[in-house]
Design a protein around this ligand. Structure first.
Ligand code: PLP
Length: 423
């Protein structure tokens, strides 16, 4: 099935309330279809109550909806058991959970392998472990903005306890072969973690095929409400791990002297949960499934194809991402300016080699005046900005409700911005 953005747009009230809005910041967060908003609203209007606690009807029904959502997420990402799905706030919280729980077992001198293209969410939680003498290493990115797999493999060694890598870069759009990376980790006895914040919303993702130990993503980037996210983990590993947050719900038996823990996944779900978020996520998965994740991926691929073709007609544009559509998701980061040569392979991470003739923030503000929402800045990936030799970029990230005419409008407005600034 091919995606029909014009038709899909009608499902999203934000577009009715903001006529003419061209929303191209989907890597940051996506809009919500009426079915998701309705699911959340229905929960509040019909069975609002705390889950797993009440022995009365509406609490049992709310619990059923919450746990149904877990089953749906499990199926959606190819996990064999809903107990492998932990509900958290977002990708950031999932990676913090892993850094805290797995980090407690590490010894001074142990290594964590990341890549040069990580979001701050997959950097900062690991930085916390430096205090305990843990060493952080980075697999390099190649000149074509793809990961250097040989470098990744060379950096895996007997001390590498954990490797955590993004599936799709939120700046470059690069799709990493996480199956291959997980295989390398497994052969080395290294725990593998996939940051799937930019992949689960955009393409079929199957954890059983990838073979990773853990995978994290956020609901709000895939049509669901904010505040609900998912950590997938192999059941035996989740069982071995200590809990993250302590409190109600995550316990077995508590005395004044101590406590036992609930079974997984509830051991990691302390306190009252985001029940409405989980229910909204379930509705979002229904919506995406009705389109088909292969169709979502194909649509974004054709959007990117269109972008890359027009891009060649724009003077002084510098884009940051692989040109091979098979290696790239729908994200397009770029700058307009004097692109001075810089040594991509140098270790320098603080050289800003591009002087912008249009600053990304100026461009974003100009486009906002035309009802076009794009992202500008460092995209929570400051080390990567340094690596590609810039302080910031502009970024567009289309989704299922965007069409080629909106991309054309974006490029026309880019030219208009340039003319306005030249005047
Ligand atoms: N990882 C990647 C690749 C991202 O793009 C983002 C958000 O943009 C995150 C992690 C963090 O997601 P969240 O803010 O939902 O925790």
């Amino acid at each position: 099935m091919s995606v029909n953005p014009e038709l899909l747009k009608k499902d999203f009230p934000i577009f009715e309330n903001n006529p003419g809005l061209v929303y191209l910041d989907n890597a940051a967060t996506t809009q919500k279809p009426a079915s998701v908003i309705r699911a959340v609203s229905n929960y509040y209007s019909t069975v609002n109550s705390n889950v797993h606690r009440g022995v009365y009807r509406i609490s049992e029904e709310a619990t059923e909806l919450y746990e149904n959502s877990r089953r749906k997420v499990s199926e959606f990402i190819g996990s064999s058991d809903p107990a492998q799905i932990v509900f958290l706030r977002n990708t950031t919280e999932a990676i913090n959970l892993l850094s805290y729980t797995l980090g407690r077992k590490l010894k001074k001198g142990d290594e964590i392998l990341l890549t040069e293209m990580e979001h701050h969410s997959n950097l900062i939680p690991w930085f916390f472990l430096r205090e305990a003498g843990i060493v952080i290493r980075y697999a390099r990115m190649k000149e074509d903005f793809t990961l250097d797999y040989e470098d990744f493999m060379n950096k895996l060694n007997p001390r590498t306890a954990i490797a955590s890598f993004t599936h799709v870069s939120n700046v470059l759009g690069t799709i990493n072969n996480v199956r291959e990376l997980s295989r390398m980790c497994s052969e080395n006895g290294t725990t593998s973690i996939v940051d799937a914040a930019q992949s689960v919303p955009h393409m079929p993702v199957d954890v059983s095929r990838i073979g990773c130990d853990y995978l994290a993503f956020s609901g709000h980037k895939m049509l669901a409400p904010a505040g609900i996210g998912v950590l997938y983990g192999r059941k035996n590993l989740l069982e071995e791990m200590p809990p993250f947050l302590g409190g109600g719900e995550m316990i077995g038996e508590v005395t004044y002297d101590g406590s036992t823990w609930a079974k997984v996944p509830w051991k990691f779900e302390a306190g009252t949960q985001n029940v409405e978020g989980a229910i909204g996520l379930s509705a979002a998965i229904d919506y995406l499934r009705s389109i088909g994740m292969d169709s979502v991926r194909n649509h974004e691929r054709s959007m990117l194809d269109h972008i890359l073709k027009i891009m060649h007609t724009v003077d002084d544009i510098k884009q940051f991402g692989p040109l091979d559509l098979n290696k790239r998701g729908g994200i397009f980061s770029f700058n307009i300016g004097d692109v001075k040569p810089f040594d991509l392979l140098s270790q320098a991470t603080t050289k800003f080699a591009i002087s912008h003739s249009i600053h990304p923030h100026d461009l974003a503000a100009f486009l906002d005046g035309r009802n076009i929402a794009i992202r500008s800045g460092h995209h929570c990936a400051m080390p990567l900005m340094g690596r590609i030799g810039v302080a910031s970029t502009a970024r567009i990230s289309p989704y299922i409700y965007n069409d080629e005419s909106e991309l054309d409008l974006f490029f026309e407005s880019l030219s208009a911005c340039r003319k306005a600034i030249a005047r």
